[in-house]
Design a protein around this ligand. Structure first.
Ligand SMILES: NC(=O)c1ccc[n+]([C@@H]2O[C@H](COP(=O)([O-])OP(=O)(O)OC[C@H]3O[C@@H](n4cnc5c(N)ncnc54)[C@H](O)[C@@H]3O)[C@@H](O)[C@H]2O)c1
Length: 244
C-alpha cells in the first residue's frame, strides 16, 4: 500500500491532490495535514479518492507514508524536514528557502524544479566551479504585497537573502542557490504593475558557454504568489518517486 502524505492544503496542495485523484500519480491513499483544519476538510470534501485527515504532524509520521510533500511554508519546512529526514521517508520540499538554513541528511530530501526549470543544466555547469548566475524576477505588485504603480526594483542582492526577505515569493532564488552552491546567485526582484504573469529570467555564464532561460507563469488563482508550474513540478517528481 502506497500512501502519500501532504503537509499544506493550499494552492499547491490542492493541485497535487487533484492530480492524485485523476490518477496522474499512482497511490492508494492520501493523508492530509494542515494546521488550519478546515483547509484539510475542504480539500477532502472536494476529492473523490481515499483520503484521511490527521490532526498532528506526529500522526502523519506514524502512518509512514511512502512520500511526504511539504507544501506549507518555510517555517513548516524548518520544523518538519529534519524529523522526516531522520525517519527515512522520501520528502519533496516546496518551501526550498528553509533548506538554506538546515543541515540535514539530504539522501531522501528532494528539491523540485518548482516555478523554473533547466536546473539539470545549471547544476551540471556549476560542477566546473566557474559559473555566474543572475535571476531577474518580475511579479505584479499584488503578488509581492506592494502598492507600486510603476515598475520598481524592490530587491537587489544575493539569492539567500532574497529567499529570507520574501519567504513566500522567492523560493525560486533558494532553489537556484541550492543548485549552484558554493557559487552565488545574484537576484533582482521587480514589482511591475504591467505583469500578469510571474516571470523569472535566469542568465548563466559558465566555463564552456552561456544559458538564457525565461519562465512566464500564470499565477495560481487562489494564491497569486504561487505559479501553477511549481505544483506540476511536484506532481512530476512524485510520479518518479512512486515508481521506484
Ligand atoms: N519551490 C518553488 O518554486 C515554489 C513555488 C511556489 C510556492 N512555493 C512555496 O510552497 C509553499 C506552499 O505554497 P502554496 O501556494 O500552496 O501556499 P498556500 O498559502 O496556498 O497554502 C499553504 C497551506 O499550508 C498550511 N500551513 C502553513 N504552515 C503550516 C504548518 N506549519 N503546518 C501545517 N500546515 C501549514 C496553510 O494553512 C495553508 O493551507 C509555500 O512555502 C510557497 O512559498 C515554492
Amino acid at each position: 500500500m502506497k500512501n502519500v502524505g501532504l503537509i499544506g492544503c493550499g494552492a499547491i496542495g490542492t493541485v497535487l491532490a487533484e492530480a492524485i485523484e485523476r490518477k496522474l500519480v499512482v497511490c492508494d491513499e492520501l493523508i492530509l495535514f494542515d494546521f488550519d483544519v478546515p483547509k484539510a476538510e475542504q480539500l477532502k470534501k472536494a476529492l473523490n479518492f481515499p483520503t484521511t485527515i490527521v490532526s498532528s504532524f506526529d500522526e502523519l509520521l506514524k502512518r509512514k507514508p511512502a512520500v511526504i510533500v511539504e507544501a506549507a511554508s518555510q517555517q513548516a519546512a524548518k520544523d518538519y524536514v529534519p524529523r522526516i529526514a531522520s525517519a527515512g521517508i522520501e520528502l519533496i520540499v516546496m518551501s526550498t528557502g528553509a533548506l538554506l538554513d538546515l543541515n540535514v541528511d539530504m539522501t531522501k530530501v528532494h528539491v523540485p524544479s518548482g516555478a523554473i526549470g533547466g536546473i539539470d543544466a545549471i547544476a551540471s555547469a556549476a560542477l566546473t566551479g566557474d559559473i555566474q548566475v543572475t535571476l531577474t524576477t518580475r511579479k505584479n505588485p499584488k503578488a509581492l504585497e506592494t502598492q507600486d504603480k510603476q515598475p520598481k526594483i524592490i530587491y537587489e542582492g544575493y539569492a539567500e537573502e532574497a529567499a529570507r526577505q520574501f519567504p513566500r515569493e522567492m523560493n525560486v532564488a533558494a532553489t537556484l542557490a541550492l543548485t549552484v552552491k558554493p557559487s552565488r546567485v545574484k537576484v533582482t526582484v521587480i514589482a511591475d504593475p504591467n505583469m500578469k504573469r510571474n516571470t523569472h529570467e535566469i542568465a548563466v555564464t559558465w566555463k564552456f558557454g552561456e544559458m538564457l532561460l525565461r519562465f512566464a507563469n500564470d499565477p495560481h488563482p487562489d494564491n497569486p504568489r504561487t505559479s501553477a508550474l511549481a505544483a506540476w513540478s511536484a506532481i512530476k517528481l512524485l510520479q518518479t518517486l512512486l515508481k521506484q
